[in-house]
Design a protein around this ligand. Structure first.
Ligand code: SF4
Length: 426
């Protein structure tokens, strides 16, 4: 039983002096040398990965001198309560001395193959919303998400999950690469001109040269938001964002290897199997050795809820509301999205304490409708060979429901044809 498994792990911890370390903790290292590699805890901002984080901290399984670090990726489309929970976990983890960082997707301008262009990167953000007085704060009105759509030109869908890869996986990999370099921060990226240098017409000519078929007006409109964003990724010092940061010796990580710890539960078989499939049985990927301790010791949703019921802080969202991750994530499925909308429509015009009005943000279905309208792939307009009946590819793929349909179906009660639940892998 999962609960017994937790207790067994705790009993094993008490036998520390007599038991070899790889047998006594819930991580279950596949190779003993992995225990000495830097450990990266991928914290998604949900209850499961929060439980994993505090189990690791409270059992003393993380070590700042080994280069261990906690990372959260901000999509800028999460619920305000998720941001509050992330900040609570960040501040409660401080006494353990393990650095905790949040990354956010951004692009910067530079020359690539002799032309000015925008390149993908990330920046580090602190625990408060961004404002004029807090330039290192996090975005929560969909800015990073829209920058990605504007940069790539299209919305993601279940077969082309650019949001997962560009907003979560890549920023984490880039951050880890920087982290393992052992420097005191991340370097400035971008040119030194005071203003952006991109010539939209030149970018459109390049689009055409590469057989792009988007009409000029559509091309320019789609990329305008990205080109209006900050054109430099500033230099950032770890200590400015995380007072717990200390230099660490990364000699053991010279070959770029590290351990990642992911909070997937034992009852999330499909997600666990997909992470496993990413790199074969041992889930090795670019020097990454992935471990899923909650799955390993059979922790399920009830165990996670029981864990948080014993704490004096928690994610202040109903456990069954489906509001974690991006609020209206297209992978949550028709029924869940209907339920999300029933809850969120009452808040859409409200002001969230500490944040501001939710109207026009990813907490408002209108934001998702706008994203889909502006960045949908219109095959007819692009003169693409149109397969029978396929004219547009939106968040829900070809010939599937749209966010506008979601709003209308709420009115008519008609069923939505949508893919299954959100499966955004940390
Ligand atoms: S939660 Fe959904 S919308 Fe957000 S990054 Fe993941 S797959 Fe994309």
């Amino acid at each position: 039983m999962p609960t017994r498994a937790i207790h067994n792990a705790g009993t094993a911890t008490k036998r520390r002096a007599r038991t070899p370390r790889r047998r006594r903790d819930p991580i279950g290292y596949r190779e003993s040398r992995h225990e000495n590699l830097p450990h990266v805890v991928k914290f998604s901002g949900g209850r499961s990965s929060g439980m994993l984080l505090f189990e690791l901290l409270e059992r003393g399984l993380l070590d700042s001198s080994r280069g261990d670090v906690i990372v959260f990726n901000n999509t800028s489309a999460e619920h305000p309560e998720t941001y509050c929970f992330v900040e609570a976990c960040r501040s409660r983890s401080q006494p353990y001395g393990i650095p905790f960082f949040a990354t956010e997707f951004q692009t910067y301008e530079d020359v690539h193959r002799g032309q000015w262009t925008r390149l993908p990167a990330y920046r580090l953000v602190n625990g408060m919303p961004r404002s004029a007085g807090n330039p290192d704060g996090f975005h929560w009105r969909g800015e990073a998400y829209e920058e990605l759509l504007s940069w790539s030109g299209y919305v993601p869908n279940q077969f082309r999950r650019t949001c997962t890869s560009r907003l979560k996986l890549e920023p984490t990999r880039r951050f880890i690469r920087d982290w393992l370099a052992g420097r005191p921060g991340i370097q400035r990226l971008g040119h030194h001109h005071p203003v952006p240098q991109i010539d939209p017409q030149a970018r459109f000519r390049i689009h055409r040269k590469h057989n792009g078929k988007m009409p000029e007006a559509v091309f320019l409109r789609r990329h305008a938001y990205c080109w209006s964003r900050p054109h430099v990724r500033p230099q950032q010092h770890y200590r400015d964002l995380c007072p717990e940061w200390r230099p660490f010796s990364n000699r053991r990580a010279d070959n770029g290897e590290y351990v990642t710890l992911i909070g997937l539960r034992g009852d999330e078989r499909r997600r666990v199997d997909r992470v496993r499939a990413r790199g074969g049985h041992d889930t090795e990927h670019d020097g990454e050795h992935v471990y899923m301790p909650l799955d390993r010791i059979g922790i399920g949703r009830d165990d996670v809820n029981a864990f948080w019921s014993r704490r004096d802080w928690d994610l202040n969202l109903p456990a069954d509301a489906g509001l974690s991750n991006c609020v209206y994530c297209f992978l949550k499925g028709g029924e869940n999205l209907q339920a999300v909308h029933r809850r969120m429509k009452h808040n859409a015009g409200a002001e969230w304490p500490g944040f501001g009005p939710l109207a026009g943000t990813p907490c408002d279905l209108g934001w998702w409708i706008r994203m889909e309208t502006e960045y949908v792939r219109d095959l007819a307009a692009e003169n693409c060979q149109v397969r029978s009946g396929v004219e547009r590819i939106g968040f829900f793929g070809a010939r599937k429901a749209s966010y506008a349909d979601l709003e209308q179906n709420r009115l008519t009660g008609a069923p939505l044809r949508m893919p299954p639940r959100c499966d955004c892998t940390e």
